[in-house]
Design a protein around this ligand. Structure first.
Ligand code: CMC
Length: 428
């Protein structure tokens, strides 16, 4: 029997179905609410609202659990490859060897960009933020790949998904090369997804590039940790853009724009800048005090999360990777000392404990990326690169869902009520 939830409003009593997921909170189905009561619900920031049903990623924020298609993130980060995780997110199950080989082959056959796209880069200033370039170039893909923009055709949707996953490393690496004035490098399909990206970023045409397996492994983990995160702001943006029938390249460009913000993907750049600004463990109390001060807009970047009210499981893997990369590269970064100490202090400080503010995925990722040699402006571009897999998986799921409608939130209107237009000369 369907469970229901009773609602008493000024207009009467109503019963709404309670939908049960496979795990996690039940959801009250209020789709008929407005038709029956003439009233809306109010939930800015979607703190209590499920905008869709999804079978891709599950998060238990209180317990610090993150599962992709049922598999724990730490197991995937330790044992899987990025191609395997991409297949898993897109298709629902881990691939058999033959399926993985075919998928890897297909992705590698889409890594090149249309040559005309290289001219787009020259239109940007050399000091353009890579995310500005990513928004522009990814959006422009729709002008080049018309044969994969019919969203009603599942095969075209798959081809567009493959193209986006495959081309994103090329696009990001070209943004970096453009910023430092070096020639673009074409992809090398004999390398792994991450190895190819490292070569296109740090290699030069004049010399052979040897991929460092420790760095390749760190990048593999970083990409897996960023691959998807259920209905976060950028994924919801991709879904909302896609709900109107917009083509996939335009939708992913919209996701990139949303990810750019410092409260979302931009936090990794902001976190490293903050750690550098603190600079010394002695200055930590000053910054903790600022973070707690209601009159100071400063926040500890890389701390807190809308969903996690426990340690972000991705942060644990990230911390271990940071230690590993610095050790292997024989680097000592004072910023890591500041990060370790800041984490310890915040984990025991009443303000952070009461508000359940823990380090998130972005707290340590900047330290690793910096050690590898990426400038801070590239951090969010790398996040976008990895998250593209999640975006296309969620976009495909949405288009395939017969219940999905165009996203059209309503509002609580608090503006002027109807009034008569007054000609400018008559306005007092
Ligand atoms: N430093 C200090 N105080 C904080 C912080 C922080 N980093 N985060 C939240 N708070 C306080 C906030 O002031 C508020 O206090 P009060 O209840 O007294 O008003 C309370 O904690 C709840 O914060 P909120 O802003 O209502 O929570 P939210 O769920 O809307 O925001 C967040 C989540 C991630 C935007 C926020 O924690 C934040 O701005 N963190 C810093 C930026 C960051 O690291 N973002 C990366 C998120 S993970 C990667 C991603 O998703 O892209």
């Amino acid at each position: 029997m369907t469970k229901t939830v009773n609602l008493t409003t000024t207009g009467g009593d109503y019963a709404y179905p309670l939908l049960e997921g496979s795990v996690g909170p039940d959801v009250i189905d209020i789709r008929k609410l407005y038709g029956q009561t003439g009233q809306f619900t109010y939930d800015p920031g979607f703190t209590s609202t499920a905008s869709c049903q999804s079978a891709i990623t599950y998060i238990d924020g209180d317990e610090g659990v993150l599962l992709h298609r049922g598999y724990p993130i730490d197991q995937l980060a330790e044992q899987s490859t990025f191609m395997e995780v991409a297949y898993l997110l897109l298709h629902g199950d881990l691939p058999k060897q033959k399926e993985l080989d075919e998928f890897t082959y297909t992705i590698s056959r889409h890594t090149m960009l249309h040559e005309q796209l290289a001219t787009f880069y020259r239109g940007f200033r050399r000091d353009a933020h890579p995310m500005a370039i990513m928004c522009g170039v990814v959006g422009a893909l729709s002008a080049f790949y018309h044969d994969s923009t019919d969203i009603t055709d599942p095969q075209q949707r798959l081809v567009a998904s493959h193209r986006l996953i495959a081309k994103m490393p090329t696009i990001a690496a070209m943004a970096y090369k453009y910023s430092i004035g070096q020639p673009f490098l074409y992809p090398d399909n004999s390398l792994s997804y991450t190895g190819n990206f490292l070569r296109m970023t740090f290699g030069v045409p004049a010399e052979p590039y040897e991929v460092n397996p420790i760095i390749e492994n760190a990048m593999r983990r970083i990409f897996i940790l960023h691959a998807d995160h259920e209905q976060n702001a950028s994924t919801s943006t991709v879904r909302l853009a896609g709900s109107s029938g917009a083509n996939p390249f335009a939708c992913i460009a919209a996701g990139i724009a949303c990810l750019w913000g410092p409260a979302h993907g931009g936090a990794n750049e902001a976190a490293l800048n903050m750690l550098r600004e603190i600079g010394n463990v002695k200055r930590i109390p000053e910054y903790i005090a600022r973070a707690k001060d209601k009159n100071d807009p400063f926040r500890l970047m890389g701390f807190g999360h809308r969903v996690y009210k426990n340690y972000d499981p991705r942060a644990k893997v990230m911390q271990a990777t940071a230690e590993e990369v610095l050790k292997e590269l024989n680097l000592s970064d004072p910023v890591l000392d500041v990060a370790r100490e800041l984490e310890q202090i915040a984990l025991h400080d009443d303000y952070f404990v009461e508000k359940k503010l823990y380090p998130n995925v972005d707290f340590y990722s900047g330290i690793i990326l910096n050690a590898i040699g990426f400038p801070t402006e590239m951090f969010t571009a790398l996040f976008a690169l990895a998250r593209t897999v999640g975006w296309v998986a969620q976009w495909n799921e949405m288009i395939s869902d017969p219940e999905q409608k165009i996203g059209r939130p309503r509002q609580l209107y608090v503006g002027a009520t109807q009034r008569e237009y007054v000609p400018v000369a008559a306005r007092g």
